[in-house]
Design a protein around this ligand. Structure first.
Ligand code: COA
Length: 434
């Protein structure tokens, strides 16, 4: 029965499932044990260096693409500060920067926009598949399935792999928003809208969801979001993409793995989770009570905290700006609730966890932004993928260009070697599987 073994505590004691893994110092990795105290204490190993089980503070590779400086609160893409990129560059310029290594000239940008526009449509059978899917299917499940399905319509080489080059990357960047937008309409019982070739990535996405070309404010908000979400060094989904690519799997496989990894609440799933929180709070005055109740239950405030940033996430300020601007011409409620939730979280966390540095992360203001744009909460994480696809594909190509299989070790914590028991002599552990 799927999942049965996970619920059998005798077989899978919680600690041994999450025991520290043994790292390797093999070529391509610069492993270094970091935390050595507290609950992250590494387990001793006879085979290699044992690092934090969340790989916290461990350097597992290098990249030219982006740099996260957590203490300073700085994020750069190929040396450009996102504080310069967010207000001044469009998403397509950032795609060029990540994929080709430089900001584009005007003709280069026009050529890239043309190529993206030309590849937005997804194969008809995949649209039919979405139309036949249950309307209550989870948008991340739909996106992951459709992206995996894209590979079915692309030629394979004799080993079963697809070409993984910059043009495949651009196709994926072009098609992912189409899948998200089409599902947004299909699930509401509306006809999907064909993509346009003359609109920017941000404007086309909103057009495909709403059926009308967005206002400049809405397009700018969406575009700023895409720029800010484009890349973030070795975050979990990008690392997952690189691990998959390191086996010489192709771009479609690696991007599918990345989307699967983005789903969880500790990563991109937090965007949707913040959306649920804003709904639950309902009005700004309720924020502080909500925070106190959540922390009293030992739970976390979604959209707060970050593994790398020890200050407010630098992307949050730009998202807050565009969310506020949008809220002024739509409904101020979502921005106001988010603002008072951040204030309340900062206040209460300061009281309850004074030694921890927990501030708003990128997902926090994504939620009021997307509510103001009219999206339901469960679509926030798929929209995250529309931006991050730029970084995922660039990282996959970077991995493939200088590849080394990513294959760490684990400290074995099961029983010692013992004799095999023929089935008629097995007594079992006295418990039925559930
Ligand atoms: N709310 C309340 N407490 C939080 C918190 C949050 N959002 N994030 C971290 N903490 C606390 C933890 O409870 C823990 O406290 P403790 O040591 O007293 O138990 C401490 O801060 C460290 O947490 P830890 O889980 O070790 O940090 P991490 O680096 O693994 O966590 C996140 C990073 C992002 C997983 C975590 O901050 C989180 O769960 N945030 C909410 C989900 C979210 O917004 N995810 C999107 C990230 S971009």
């Amino acid at each position: 029965m799927p999942g049965a073994s996970c619920t059998a505590p005798a077989l899978w004691p919680r600690r041994s499932c999450r025991t520290s893994s043994a790292g390797t110092t093999g070529k391509g990795f610069q492993g270094s044990a970091s935390k050595t105290s507290g609950r992250r204490n590494p387990t001793l190993s006879t085979t290699g260096i044992v690092v934090d089980r969340g790989l916290e503070g461990v350097v597992v590779g290098s990249t030219l693409l982006s740099n996260v400086e957590g203490k300073e609160g700085r994020l750069t893409y190929r040396g450009y500060d996102i504080h310069d990129l967010a207000p001044n560059a469009c998403f397509e310029e950032v795609v060029h920067l990540l994929l080709y290594g430089s900001l584009p000239t005007a003709p280069q940008l026009a050529a890239l926009k043309k190529e993206i526009g030309a590849h937005r449509m997804i194969p008809e059978p995949l649209i039919n598949a979405m139309e036949r899917a249950p309307k209550n299917a989870w948008p991340m499940d739909v996106l992951r399935t459709i992206v995996s399905g894209l590979a079915l319509f692309v030629e394979v080489d004799p080993k079963g792999a697809h070409v993984s080059d910059v043009h495949t990357a651009i196709e994926l960047i072009a098609k992912i928003p189409t899948a998200v937008a089409m599902w947004d309409r299909i699930r509401r019982g509306l006809e999907p809208i064909e993509p346009r070739t003359d609109l920017s990535q941000a404007a086309n996405f909103l057009y495909m969801c709403r059926g009308q070309v967005p206002t400049d404010v809405a397009e700018d908000a969406m575009d700023t979001y895409l720029v800010l979400l484009s890349d973030h060094s070795y975050n979990a989904s990008t690392f997952s993409a690189r691990v998959t690519a390191s086996t010489k799997a192709d771009l479609y496989a690696a991007v599918t793995a990345a989307i699967a990894t983005l789903q969880g609440e500790a990563h991109g799933g937090a965007a949707s989770a913040v959306g649920r929180v804003l709904l639950e709070i309902g009005k700004p005055e309720r924020a502080e009570n909500y925070v106190r109740e959540v922390l009293a239950r030992g739970e976390r405030i979604m959209g707060m905290g970050h593994r790398e940033y020890k200050v407010r996430d630098p992307r949050a300020q730009h998202l807050e700006t565009v969310a506020k601007k949008l809220s002024e011409i739509t409904d101020p409620k979502w921005y106001q609730i988010a603002r008072s939730l951040e204030d309340a979280s900062n206040k209460v966390l300061q009281e309850t966890k004074p030694d921890k540095r927990i501030y708003a992360n990128v997902d926090f203001y994504s939620a009021p932004l997307f509510y103001s744009l009219g999206f339901p909460g469960d679509e926030f994480t798929p929209i995250f993928a529309c931006g991050r696809i730029a970084g995922w594909t660039a990282h996959i190509l970077e991995q493939l260009a200088d590849n080394r299989l990513i294959r760490p070790q684990a400290t074995y914590s099961g029983p010692p070697v013992h004799p095999f028991e023929p089935i008629e002599r097995r007594s079992g552990n006295g418990k039925a599987h559930n």
